[in-house]
Structures are given as structure tokens and as C-alpha cells.
Write a protein that binds this ligand. Structure first.
Ligand SMILES: [Zn+2]
Length: 117
């Protein structure tokens, strides 16, 4: 059973902490928050995921463009995909691609959007 399923009391006021979601850099983390605002506990598993996410974010990959039929293809490093893949498979999923800035494209994965809600 998940630790967040248990009632956890605030150390200061003894009120039961309430479930909440904290968004950091587009990354959703489960949290427990004191209704009086004394304390905030981030789920340890999510904290660990977030730490890995920050590590990956600092990395820069150099990938080659290839021609595949009438398109160009770039490879997304496996460690990025496997990080996002955690719960469900991303294979055959549609990814949103758009021109963000001159010289910059962005990819949006459905899975990550769901995590934010
Ligand atoms: Zn409190």
C-alpha cells in the first residue's frame, strides 16, 4: 500500500495532511499539505523521479538527422524515452511536434500532459 494512503498528521497542528499536486518545471509530484500551511511532504517516489528528471534535463545530446522517405528523422535517446515510459508504453503513440522558435522544434508527449493534470 502506498504511504500516501495513510493519514499523516501535521507535526505542528496535528491536522490531517491533505493530498495535493505540486508542479515543478512541468513535472507533477504528489504531495501532502497541512491545511494550515505548516508543512508539505513530497511523495518520496515522485521526489526520486524528479531528481532523475533534473539530471536528464541537464544533459545535451548530439543526434544525427537521417532521411526516411520524405521526412527527416532524429533519434530520441533511449534513456529519455524509458524515463517517460515508466508506467505505460509510448510506442505507436502520437507525439505533437511544432515549430517553437526559429531554429527550435518542440515535441509534446501525451503521457507527460496527463501527469500534469
Ligand atoms: Zn499544520
Amino acid at each position: 500500500m502506498d504511504i500516501f494512503e495513510h493519514t499523516i498528521l501535521c507535526k505542528k497542528c496535528n491536522a490531517p495532511m491533505q493530498k495535493a499536486k505540486v508542479i515543478r518545471n512541468g513535472f507533477g509530484l504528489r504531495a501532502l499539505i497541512c491545511p494550515m500551511g505548516h508543512d508539505k511532504i513530497i511523495h518520496p517516489a515522485d521526489e526520486e523521479e524528479y531528481r532523475k528528471f533534473k539530471e536528464l534535463r541537464q544533459k545535451e545530446y548530439k543526434v544525427k538527422m537521417r532521411i526516411v522517405g520524405n521526412s527527416y528523422a532524429v533519434s530520441i535517446p533511449k534513456e529519455i524515452v524509458s524515463f517517460m515510459q515508466d508506467s505505460e508504453s509510448l510506442m505507436n503513440d502520437m507525439v505533437r511536434l511544432c515549430f517553437e522558435d526559429a531554429g527550435r522544434l518542440s515535441l509534446t508527449f501525451k503521457d507527460m500532459e496527463k501527469k500534469d493534470e
